[in-house]
Design a protein around this ligand. Sequence first.
Ligand code: AMP
Ligand code: ZN
Length: 133
Amino acid sequence: MDDCIFCKIVSGEIPCHKIYEDEFTLAFLDISGDIYGHTLVVPKYHADNLLMANDEMLDHILKTVRRISKHYVDDCGFTGVNIMNNTGLSAGQTIMHLHFHIIPRKENDNVKVYPDKVEHDFDFAEICNFLKI
Ligand code: AMP
Ligand code: ZN
């Protein structure tokens, strides 16, 4: 895609701090600098988001997400990772090229990646009935 920032990073037109690369995927540091080690994993072929990706692409990208996460925990001193994906504008997706975020974590690192839980009086049976496949 001509005007896609992540396609331009894949092609080398825009620089990145590369963490890992293979035939199908590329991982690099998120430019925001918000969290130490915040990493993005993208497929080398454009898909707007998770819903548009084919199974093969998902296989590749998830394997890379696991590989990097394992490296961060086994070799880099982290004790866990948060793995996140935003799909669609309403979910906060800002770059329309499929990507997973890896947030490396340590005990008591004060990183907050999940909103505070607020309890609702949901009718779970009704929700389940509406959503189930
Ligand atoms: P999302 O909100 O899930 O679409 O995440 C997009 C992410 O891409 C944000 O965290 C941005 O900081 C990051 N980002 C945008 N441009 C670049 C870039 N040129 N290099 C690295 N990360 C980027
Ligand atoms: Zn793209």
